[in-house]
Structures are given as structure tokens and as C-alpha cells.
Design a protein around this ligand. Structure first.
Ligand SMILES: Nc1ncnc2c1ncn2[C@@H]1O[C@H](COP(=O)(O)OP(=O)(O)OP(=O)(O)O)[C@@H](O)[C@H]1O
Ligand SMILES: [Mg+2]
Length: 392
């Protein structure tokens, strides 16, 4: 039998794992790649490759060996120049090599959004020395946020309230910086009323949107999300217009997670985006007819998406985090979590199968539906609290 397509997945975390399941349900053959063995997506893929995707030679070699129909990046830390070179040689990169290159660095995507497309963003400057950080701060004012241009999940990010704390924030950002550039973005702190992820799908038939997802972050990292986020019609229309402009500029087909802040007045501010499924979008695993992973797979494979709809009035997800570094552990309480479900208030969990825990590492997620987002959030949180990680 011939597979409808062969997919090379670059990055094999929890989002990759769900994507593999969706793609395999549509018959795809998937090779999952990551820097360590037995990563979550590898456990459900047809084949795997273990290597550093920041190693350009290895990356080229693996793509050349497998000759995939689609190269699907799941993470940002990839030698994206190689993807651009290989796209020019005829390799199909999802959604496009340009999208992976621009979103790998905060400065690149921010410049496209703010300068090229004229989207509203927070005031910002880039800095490569402490002196430049101070200059940027004197222009922007306090509070402000400092982030490495290359990082994710809030790593190296700090909110700074006063000038005497700039030194510490600069060192924190530079200390954990991925890649070879000592460069940070110094950004005005936005006192938003709420923030959303707008899952935006670019298909051959046009651009589609999922109902907006609300979320809450701690330490710059995702804690819980819910859908639909309640928002004014005009704010939603503004967010959709902005998302459409960005994804059309980046090009290609697939699902994008576009992040916005919304102020008390309803003004929408573009923050950043992922050209791939988004962690806050895991809530769609329970609340939509097609999850963000199903939608990504369909858009990539050129399959139709006739309808995106909610299957419950509201849904929510809450993360299950580790509290220490360990490779000897087991989960307890899954049964108690699942037992919380009932008609109209369903509960499910996803345990990612990561081989080791680290402090604050996301090990799983609890999912719930409800009559409204408050109920769904409370239920997802209760279910997540039931699942514990034992180290005995
Ligand atoms: N300028 C800002 N003003 C207010 N809050 C901010 C600002 N920048 C970031 N945050 C908060 O920190 C979170 C993470 O920031 P951001 O999305 O820029 O970083 P990230 O490391 O790419 O995170 P992720 O990869 O998890 O999306 C945001 O969702 C928001 O809650
Ligand atoms: Mg983000």
C-alpha cells in the first residue's frame, strides 16, 4: 500500500504527538525527530530520528535521506536557513521556510508586524548591551518586559519595574539565550484586560478562524486556557483582520496560533505568533469538532475543512506540571481525575509520556467542558489537581 504522504516532523513534544495522531488518522507516514530518544511524538510515529535540529548538516542529511512530502516544524529552535535552502531546492516546508525563519526570532516577526504590516504592537526597542537596554528603557518607561529575541515558554523573560532592576533582567535574558546572538527585545508592559490566541488556518480555500481562546500565563508560561474567550464583536473582527494579514504575509498552508492582548477599551494589540499548533490550543482537543492538530493536518495535506464548530458551550484545559528534576516517577490520580466527568461536564486527560521531569516542566494537561467557561475552567483545574507525580 502507498501512504497518501510522508511527513518529517521536526520536534517531538506534546504538540507534535497530537499532530502525529491526527496525521496518522488520515493515513500519513510520519517520521518524528528530536534531540533525545523516545520523545512524546516518537512514541506514536512510524519512525524516528534523534539529532540536534540546530545542526544544519544533520538536518540536511535527514531530509535528504527521507525525502518527505512535507517537513513540519514543531519547535522554533531549528537551523531554519537550511529549511530555506532546501525549500528553494523543492522541499515542501510547512507552512513556509519564510514563516519558520521570521518566527524563530522575535525581532524578525515583530518588524514584519509593526513596520511592514502596520499592526498595533506594544512600543519596543532591541538591545545588544546593557547600555542599549538602559537607553531603550528611558524611551519606553516602566514597567517593561525584557525577553531574549530567541526563546520560548517565557524563558529568560522578566518584567522590570524600575531602572535599578535592568542589570539583573539583562543578565537573566542573556544567561539562558538560545542561539548565538546576545540580543533582547525591550517592550512596554501592556496592562491588558485579557489575552487570547486566535487559531488561524490558512487553507487552499481561504483563511479560517477558530473561536478565540483565552489563557492565563505564569512566569511567561501557559497555565490554563478556555474557549470561547468572551470578547466584543469589534475586538474579534480586529484580531481576525490582523491575523489574516500576518498569515497571508507568511504564506503557505497550515494552522497558526496568533497571540493578542486586548485592553479594557477593547483595543487589540498583536503580540506574536506560532506558525504551528499552539500550546493554549490544546483546549480544542475537547471542545471542537476538529482539534487544532486535525486542522493543521488537513490544511497541510490539502484536505477540506467544511466547518469548525464547538461541541460544548465552553471548554478548558489546565496544565499538569512537575515540581523537580527526576527520571524515576509515575502518575497517580488519573482515575480520580477522569471520574469527575459527567454529562455536559466531560473530563479527559493527556499525559505526554516525557521520559524525565524538570521543575515546572509540562507533563500533561487536563481537559473539561461545561455550561460556561467558569465551570469548564474550574473542572479542568480540579482534574489537573487530582493528577499527581510520585517519585518513590
Ligand atoms: N509586553 C507585555 N506586556 C504584558 N505581558 C506580556 C508582555 N509580553 C509578554 N507578556 C506575558 O508573557 C507571556 C509570554 O510572552 P510571549 O508570548 O512573548 O513569550 P514566549 O516565551 O514566546 O511564550 P510562548 O512561547 O509560551 O508563547 C504572554 O502571553 C503574556 O502573558
Ligand atoms: Mg507567546
Amino acid at each position: 500500500m502507498t501512504f497518501p504522504c510522508k511527513i518529517l516532523l521536526l520536534g517531538s513534544g506534546e504538540l507534535g504527538r497530537e499532530f502525529v495522531i491526527s496525521a496518522k488518522r488520515l493515513g500519513a507516514f510520519v517520521i518524528a525527530c528530536d534531540s533525545y530518544e523516545n520523545a512524546p511524538a516518537m512514541q506514536v510515529a512510524d519512525a524516528s530520528e534523534t539529532f540536534s535540529m540546530l545542526d544544519g548538516d544533520r538536518l540536511r542529511e535527514v531530509i535528504t535521506t527521507h525525502q518527505p512530502d512535507y517537513v513540519v516544524p514543531e519547535i522554533e529552535a531549528i537551523r531554519t536557513e537550511i529549511l530555506a535552502e532546501m525549500e528553494a531546492e523543492g522541499v515542501h516546508v510547512v507552512p513556509s521556510a519564510r514563516a519558520t525563519q521570521l518566527t524563530m526570532n522575535r525581532d524578525a516577526i515583530r518588524d514584519v508586524a509593526a513596520l511592514e504590516l502596520g499592526l498595533a504592537t506594544s512600543a519596543y526597542h532591541y538591545a545588544e548591551t546593557l547600555h542599549e537596554v538602559r537607553e531603550a528603557a528611558s524611551d519606553i518607561g516602566f514597567p517593561l518586559v525584557i525577553k531574549p529575541v530567541m526563546s520560548s515558554s517565557g524563558k529568560g523573560q522578566s518584567k522590570v519595574e524600575s531602572a535599578d532592576k535592568l542589570d539583573e533582567a539583562w543578565k537573566h535574558a542573556v544567561g539562558i539565550m538560545r542561539g548565538d546572538r546576545q540580543r533582547v527585545i525591550v517592550e512596554q508592559f501592556v496592562d491588558f484586560a485579557y489575552e487570547i490566541t486566535l487559531l488561524t488556518i490558512r487553507t487552499r480555500e481561504g483563511v479560517l478562524f477558530c473561536p478565540p481562546i483565552g489563557h492565563r500565563q505564569e512566569r511567561g508560561d501557559y497555565q490554563e486556557s478556555w474557549q470561547p474567550a468572551e470578547m466584543q464583536e469589534q475586538s474579534l473582527a480586529d484580531a481576525q483582520n490582523m491575523a489574516r494579514k500576518v498569515v497571508d504575509n507568511l504564506g503557505g498552508y497550515g494552522l497558526f496560533g496568533v497571540e493578542f492582548f486586548v485592553t479594557k477599551q477593547g483595543d487589540v494589540i498583536f503580540s506574536e505568533l506560532s506558525p504551528r499548533p499552539h500550546d493554549t490550543g490544546m483546549v480544542t482537543l475537547i471542545g471542537q469538532n476538529l482539534s487544532e492538530f486535525d486542522l493543521h493536518a488537513r490544511a497541510i495535506m490539502g484536505l477540506p475543512v467544511p466547518h469548525i464548530g464547538l461541541t460544548a458551550p465552553a471548554s478548558a484545559s489546565a496544565v499538569i506540571l512537575a515540581d523537580r528534576d527526576s527520571s524515576e516517577f509515575r502518575f497517580a490520580g488519573t482515575a480520580e481525575a477522569l471520574a469527575l466527568g459527567k454529562e455536559g461536564a466531560e473530563v479527559d486527560v493527556r499525559l505526554f509520556g516525557k521520559p524525565v521531569t524538570r521543575t515546572y516542566r509540562r507533563m500533561g494537561v487536563a481537559l473539561a467542558t461545561g455550561e460556561n467557561t467558569d465551570d469548564a475552567r474550574a473542572l479542568a483545574k480540579s482534574a489537573a489537581d487530582k493528577v499527581t507525580i510520585l517519585h518513590d
